[in-house]
Write a protein that binds this ligand. Structure first.
Ligand code: ADP
Length: 394
């Protein structure tokens, strides 16, 4: 059965077509600069990457090109063969705790949640509408980044703010990257060979979050009301003292939008180092002795260590620490700084294994009290799996 996994952003659209249940990727691609000049798309097929310029005035036009590619490359003979389309949705708030089939009601709820994810949910709705139009007979599903975190207890997700902010304005912790945390923690349980486990997942990408997973259920995560909470990220500040914001607004005359831009786009690794939001650039600059880049790396690792320590206590121990996403899968240096900082727990790094990038491997020593693994994430296959399950269960 052919299942399409879709991730629609405001100006981009990523997709993969899977043969299920084999989980084989038949074709994948990304449409970029939708609605902007110089739009183009790239397709990956049989190990080959092809780039094509195309005028992509909106998402519907992009979906038109996508369907054309599927037919021309003989992925399908007719679009009817695509039985399910899984859409990644950033914010499902407390309305969705699992993947659901999209109908008009679900589509409206996702749209109504846009104030909580102003950049992402509107784009996802545009994507859903376009795909529902082109593939009206397929089962469309919504796979939420927040769903995996819906198992958190109240005491983890309520902020110590006026309670009415929660009841009247929905201000609470929702978390993000849930699909990745779910995938990696499930894989950790497979490796451990049981499901009664205490797992910490460190999703360290350009955005980053840590989660505590007890017996397969998330009990806390570092991202909050928005993705700008928790650890240091590429250009997001993560946890800060909230009173800094009114202080700087009064000092500089910055507006809420200016502040929003500063804490999301100009902070994190970029803000501290002044060099880049990309950890590779920061690593290179630190190697050359740039003091602010060295400081950025130290603060980055420290925040991750702090969260792991916090979750050790919350979980009552840890059976596995997992590293995933761009930095977690590839930055040997960052992993080393984090693991070395956890020595008090009897965790020991296997220096040689840690030199590996981008593949599943145990990076702790055999006598380490807690095993540490790199587990490459795969959010797309989770979208395909959930969608496949809903199609066959229909
Ligand atoms: P996104 O949140 O955009 O999905 P990714 O998971 O792709 O982000 O992670 C991007 C981050 O991974 C960047 O900071 C990048 O520098 C980092 N990264 C990728 N490859 C390496 C590498 N070989 N060494 C260090 N960092 C890397």
């Amino acid at each position: 059965m052919k299942i399409l996994a879709v991730n629609a952003g405001s100006s981009s659209l990523k997709f993969q077509v899977y043969e299920m249940p084999e989980e084989k990727v038949l074709i994948s691609g990304v449409f970029e600069r939708i609605g902007i000049d110089n739009s183009f798309y790239t397709i990956k097929l049989n190990g080959e990457k092809i780039r094509k310029d195309a005028s992509l005035s909106n998402h519907s036009v992009a979906v038109g090109f996508l369907t054309k590619e599927l037919l021309e490359n003989n992925i399908v003979e007719s679009l009817e063969e695509i039985k399910g389309v899984g859409h990644r949705i950033v914010q499902g708030a407390d309305k969705f705790d699992k993947t659901v089939i999209v109908d008009d009601v679900v589509e409206k709820i996702i749209s109504d949640l846009s104030p909580l994810a102003p950049l992402h949910n509107p784009a996802a709705v545009v994507g859903i509408k376009a795909f529902r139009e082109f593939m009206p007979n397929a089962v469309h599903t919504a796979v939420f980044d927040t769903a995996f975190h819906q198992t958190m207890d109240e005491e983890q997700y309520i902020y110590a703010l006026p309670y009415e902010w929660y009841t009247d304005y929905s201000v609470r912790k929702y978390g993000a990257h849930g699909t990745s945390h779910k995938y990696v923690s499930e894989r950790a349980n497979e490796i451990l060979g049981r499901t009664d486990t205490k797992v910490v997942v460190c999703h360290l990408g350009n955005g980053g979050s840590i989660s505590a997973v007890l017996n397969g259920k998330c009990i806390d995560t570092s991202m909050g009301f928005t993705p700008n909470a928790g650890i240091v990220m590429g250009s997001r500040c993560g946890d800060i003292d909230a009173s800094i914001i009114p202080y700087i607004m009064k000092k500089t005359g910055m507006t809420p939008d200016d502040i929003d831009n500063a804490i999301n786009k100009k902070s994190g690794l970029l803000g501290i180092s002044g060099v880049s939001s990309d950890s590779r650039d920061v690593e290179i600059s630190a190697e050359k002795g740039n003091k602010r880049s060295i400081l950025a790396q130290k603060i980055y690792a420290r925040r991750v260590i702090d969260y792991i320590a916090r979750y050790y206590c919350l979980l009552g121990g840890i059976d596995m620490i997992c590293f995933t996403a761009g930095i977690g899968e590839n930055s040997c240096l960052t992993r080393k700084s984090i693991i070395d900082g956890l020595g008090v727990y009897g965790i020991k790094l296997n220096e040689e294994a840690n030199e590996t990038r981008g593949k599943e491997i145990m990076i702790s020593t055999k006598d380490s009290k807690i095993p540490c693994y790199v587990i490459p994430t795969n959010e797309e296959v989770m979208i395909a799996r959930d969608t496949y399950k809903l199609v066959i269960g229909k």
